[in-house]
Design a protein around this ligand. Structure first.
Ligand code: GTP
Length: 246
């Protein structure tokens, strides 16, 4: 089995990833498959933090006439449902996990405490960060970037439906071109919708590479983490090139 070059990673899963073909709710067969893939990383000795979205249950921005903050809070609660489902699937496989919530709900999950999260990771537990960053107007992508910086994850494994970042939507345009590598600044300048700009900027400022890959086939999380196969890597390539020239 290939070795993982990372000791600690942040896995970002979209809520839709849990929905399977239904496109809504939680498909426990799918949750089991994702858990099996995470287990592959844990078995390799990789410390895994995870942030999960909520699009399978509720999308803050599609709250109709609701005020944005309330719609976002509903989304944050929905991430907790997904976090507990993923925890259940991981524990079914014998993987120790802890769910930490950015919004205090002590009866259901531990509160988010950075140093405690790191201790859990050091003990080999998968830590699922629920309730986003606890703030409306921020996405779960931004929560993943923030928590990745806080726990000093070496990269973000960004699981998507498509196998990388394209110049336009590959589901709509046959001539869409995939990027193998991208600089953070290119993502912002080209307006690529891989992550929102707050999340990208956080990763750029904290030198956290983002590995974008498709979650559609078994083994892809491990393959992305080992560099065996992935779609696009987003990193500070321009800065590194400038430093090499000095
Ligand atoms: P160690 O200190 O390394 O043993 O970590 P631990 O998480 O096992 O310690 P602790 O004894 O604090 O937790 C035991 C269990 O209680 C774990 O499953 C935790 O997730 C859970 N737990 C701890 N604090 C809270 C909390 O505030 N709320 C909820 N709902 N569960 C908690």
């Amino acid at each position: 089995m290939s070795e993982c070059k990372y000791k600690r990673v942040m896995l970002k899963l979209s809520g839709e990833a849990m929905a399977g073909k239904n496109g809504f709710g939680i498909d426990f067969e799918v949750a089991k498959r994702i858990a099996t893939e995470i287990k592959e990383l844990v078995d390799m000795g990789v410390q895994v933090g995870a942030v999960i979205g909520a699009g399978n249950i509720w999308r803050g921005r599609e709250g109709g006439g609701m005020d944005r903050a309330t719609a976002d809070y509903m989304g944050m609660l929905a991430t907790c449902i997904n976090a507990l489902a993923l925890q259940n699937s991981l524990e079914d496989l014998g993987i120790e996990t802890r769910v930490q919530s950015a919004i205090e709900m002590k009866e259901i999950a531990e509160p988010y405490i950075r140093r405690r999260a790191i201790r859990h990771l050091e003990k080999g537990r998968v830590v699922i960060f629920a309730a986003g960053s606890g703030n409306p107007y921020f996405t779960t992508d931004t929560a993943a970037a923030l928590r990745a910086a806080e726990i000093e994850a070496e990269c973000i494994l960004l699981a998507k439906k498509v196998d990388g970042v394209y110049d336009k939507d590959p589901n709509k345009f046959d001539d869409a071109i995939k990027f193998d590598t991208l600089d953070y600044k290119q993502v912002i300048e080209l307006g690529l919708t891989v992550m929102d700009s707050t999340a990208i900027t956080l990763c750029m400022d904290n030198d956290i590479p983002i590995i974008v890959f498709a979650l559609d086939e078994a083994g892809n999380i491990r393959k992305a983490a080992t560099g065996e196969e992935y779609g696009t890597i987003i990193d500070n390539f321009a800065k590194e090139a400038a430093e090499d020239c000095q």
